[in-house]
Design a protein around this ligand. Structure first.
Ligand SMILES: NC(=O)C1=CN([C@@H]2O[C@H](COP(=O)(O)OP(=O)(O)OC[C@H]3O[C@@H](n4cnc5c(N)ncnc54)[C@H](OP(=O)(O)O)[C@@H]3O)[C@@H](O)[C@H]2O)C=CC1
Ligand SMILES: O=C(O)CCC(=O)C(=O)O
Length: 411
């Protein structure tokens, strides 16, 4: 099932549970605005290369639209649409005053030089600058983009609108970024996992973790989990997958990745088949890369007791059903990875206030939001007798529906 069909299916299930009016349901589902732009750049060798960029602004009833920009070969309109919709429910679950958006460019960033990436980012910004803004739509990093990408967007946007640090989050600290934003999604995953485990008297320490993806989110999650005594027994990235049943030394692995641009060949590990990473023996599985990776082909083989969705939409609805029957507990993406956008919110607040917070304050506030988020999701599970995914969807949808109805429609 493609990302949009899967996301729409979850939306409709939640809407039925809440008993939303069919016309309101339709208005919540259709994106506010879909932008598609052509971005042509001269490559370093003088030849031209053309790319397609997207920004889907899904909903703004609760505040400015918010969401990352992804650079990846598989970026397509349906996927960006699904990711934008997920941002609407995610910001509502986190209870931060935003709507949802997502952007992307269909490209392989590892095939482009730094100067080509800069030109591409600047051209994309020129195409969309009139449609984003501090109080309309605030981009951030996602797969294949980082704080440098945000710095280029900020610089290009500011040429048209004056210096505007709050137009993007996930910026470098020197340009008004927040302390703690780089680690925030991984740290949020840690807080979410801790809160879930604590309910059954367990802690991070002593649990065995498998992590797919070792980029921003996966590597921070691994680092923070191992700092608390959790055993990360297998990880993967594009270069391959590695395993050590006694636990990987994450500090040495981080050095290895910096020097070798991938986890492959790490001395304290054995290589395993990349496809088998999700079905490795562990207590907690953390998908932190692409969507749709847990599907009906592999769901029955999953050995983890818990899945914490650091990636967006990693689990197909068909797999959801299989995993539920097998007793696997899933912390859904729109709650589990909301730490990133929550600290983006703190960054935006700091930019608007013109006052920088200490990192300790950022991390403490994040913990409060993540703990409260799980409590609110569980209350919805209890009220509607549903699983955690539907608990999160009904929580998000209900908040957005209430805001939409309160604002009303033009006559
Ligand atoms: N960044 C953020 O704040 C947030 C991110 N997310 C989600 O988290 C996920 C990861 O994002 P992020 O860490 O920022 O992205 P990054 O680009 O920093 O890292 C992505 C990682 O996934 C790896 N990867 C890509 N394809 C595969 C594959 N087929 N098999 C195994 N690994 C693969 C990459 O490998 P390699 O390094 O070798 O290319 C890299 O390690 C995405 O789904 C994103 O939407 C969600 C909330 C916030
Ligand atoms: O930090 C943000 O604004 C958005 C992060 C994001 O893209 C996501 O949560 O999927």
């Amino acid at each position: 099932m493609n990302a949009l069909a899967a996301t729409n299916r979850n939306f409709k299930l939640a809407s039925r549970i809440l008993g939303l009016d069919a016309k309101l349901e339709k208005s919540l589902l259709i994106p506010f605005r879909e932008i598609k732009v052509e971005c042509t750049i001269p490559k370093d060798d003088g030849t031209l290369a053309s790319f397609i960029g997207f920004r889907v602004q899904h909903d703004n009833s609760r505040g400015p639209m918010k969401g990352g920009i992804r650079y990846h070969p598989e970026v397509d309109p349906d996927e960006v649409n699904a990711l934008a919709q997920l941002m609407t429910w995610k910001t509502a679950v986190a209870n931060i005053p935003y709507g949802g958006a997502k952007g992307g460019i269909g490209c392989n960033p590892s095939d482009l030089s730094i100067s080509e990436l800069e030109r591409l980012t600047r051209v994309f910004t020129q195409r969309i600058h009139d449609l984003i803004g501090i109080h309309t739509d605030v981009p951030a990093p996602d797969m294949g983009t980082n704080s440098q990408t945000m710095a280029w967007i900020l610089d290009e946007y500011s040429k048209f609108h004056g210096h505007s640090p709050a137009v993007v989050t996930g910026k470098p600290i020197d340009l008004g970024g927040s302390l703690g934003r780089d680690a925030a999604t991984g740290r949020g995953v840690l807080f979410a996992t801790e809160a879930l485990l604590n309910e059954s008297g367990k802690t991070i320490s002593g649990q065995r973790f498998v992590i797919q993806g070792f980029g921003n989110v996966g590597s921070w999650a691994a680092r923070l989990i191992s700092e608390l005594g959790g055993k990360v027994v297998a990880v993967s990235d594009i270069s391959g997958a590695i395993k050590n049943k006694n636990g990987l030394d994450i500090d040495s692995l981080l050095k290895h990745v910096q020097e070798n641009r991938g986890v492959k060949g790490f001395h304290g590990s054995d290589a395993i088949d990349s496809d088998s990473i999700l079905v490795e023996d562990c207590d907690v599985l953390i998908p932190a890369a692409l969507g749709g990776v847990i599907n009906r082909e592999n769901a029955n083989e999953i050995k983890a007791k818990y899945i914490v969705e650091a990636a967006n939409h990693p689990t197909d609805p068909e797999a959801d059903e299989i995993l539920k029957k097998n007793g696997v507990v899933i912390l859904p993406d729109i709650y589990a990875n909301s730490g990133g956008v929550t600290v983006s919110y703190f960054e935006w607040v700091q930019n608007i206030q013109g006052f920088m917070w200490e990192e300790e304050r950022v991390n403490n506030e994040l913990k409060t939001y993540m703990t409260k988020g799980l409590k609110n999701v569980k209350e919805m599970c209890k009220t509607h007798n549903c699983d955690l995914r539907m608990g999160a969807f009904t929580l998000g949808l209900n908040r957005v529906a209430r805001a939409t109805v309160l604002r009303g429609w033009e006559a």
